[in-house]
Ligand binder design. Structure first.
Ligand SMILES: [Zn+2]
Length: 325
């Protein structure tokens, strides 16, 4: 039984995951309550203990952590994580190891989920695998021959930050028009809401009820836009077509660069997108690679993918079949 911790922007989840990747117990706390590191550590310890207790006093054989943001897997230290600035330089790997007397492994959450899908989910048995999650950001991980791919200085590559439109919206990384700046839920919503406001302003008479109208124009979420599109709303359909186009371009880039056996796609946006539509975009280009050989699949570990991935982080580092990692 492995204790798993998933540290995200809105919540920190902890639980117990068995050797088949099943979540046996799970608790969570808002990230807000863990902004100061000592509080965060206290919550992680408490949740892991409670989860272990729920499982008939299971002894943990190890702990795996997946976290958003800049983390150092081999020292266990936290770097600059936007929503946890107070954690910089702190080391939950050492602290949890001391607390529980077990080995602890840490990875970026994109890598953690990639490892989870590779071991127990939609990437099983595929030696060249790319995992991509599309939600409020775009993250992911690359698995080659069962091993997590690491770059120079063993760094985690950022699949969300390849540029798709150099004149696109500003990205948090410094460029414009990254995949993440164009194809996330908030990016889709921002485009739709701006257009929607613009078209209403254009139709509006010059004098009169301007204020009342603009106050009523509510900003919609990506999920609501997908629903509107199904009901036949033209601008929403345009937003969906645009979303699919950008998702497809990003996938096509990954295929051109890596020609993986399979690309596994997860995250909230993928609940509303048809993979067949993405395939159509890929087929418009990619003429110089056998793109048909790259399978596209939806992630299969569901809502607990990050937690399950965190457990696999431990197996990948310390388990029976652990490689050089
Ligand atoms: Zn970027």
């Amino acid at each position: 039984m492995i204790g798993a911790v998933d540290i995200g922007g809105t919540k920190i989840a902890a639980g117990i995951v068995d050797d088949a990747g099943r979540v046996l117990a799970r608790l969570e706390t808002p990230t807000e309550a863990a902004r100061a590191y000592p509080d965060g550590l206290r919550h992680m310890v408490r949740m892991l203990r409670e989860a272990a207790k729920q499982q008939a006093n299971t002894e943990l054989s190890g702990i795996g952590i997946g976290s958003t943001g800049w983390v150092y897997p081999f020292t266990g230290e936290f770097g600059d994580v936007d929503f946890l600035p107070g954690w910089k330089g702190c080391n939950p790997v050492n602290d949890l190891a001391r607390e529980f007397g077990v080995r602890v492994a840490l990875e970026n959450d994109g890598d953690a989920s990639a490892l989870g899908e590779a071991a127990w989910g939609a990437g099983k048995g595929k030696s060249r695998l790319i995992y991509v999650t599309v939600g409020t950001g775009i993250g992911g991980g690359v698995i080659l021959d069962g091993q997590l791919y690491r770059g120079a200085d063993r760094a985690h590559p950022e699949v969300g930050h390849h540029v798709i439109d150099a004149f696109g919206p500003e990205c948090t990384c410094g460029f414009r028009g990254c995949w993440e700046a164009l194809a996330t839920g908030p990016a889709m919503a921002a485009w739709f809401n701006a257009k929607s406001k613009g078209s209403k302003a254009a139709k509006r008479p010059k004098r009169g009820k301007t204020r009342a109208v603009s106050a009523r124009a509510k900003a919609l979420s990506a999920k609501e836009i997908f629903q509107l599109a199904k009901q036949g709303h033209l601008l929403a359909q345009e937003a969906v077509a645009r979303e699919v186009h950008y998702l497809g371009l990003g996938v096509a880039n990954l295929i051109n660069l890596f020609m993986p056996d399979r690309i596994v796609m997860g995250g909230s946006i993928m609940k509303s997108v048809d993979l067949e539509e993405i395939r159509k975009v890929v087929a418009k280009g990619c003429r110089f690679v056998p793109f048909q050989k790259t399978e596209l699949a939806l992630a299969s570990l569901g809502e607990d993918a990050n937690l399950i991935g965190a457990a696999q982080v431990w197996h990948h580092r310390f388990g029976k079949r652990a490689g050089a990692a």
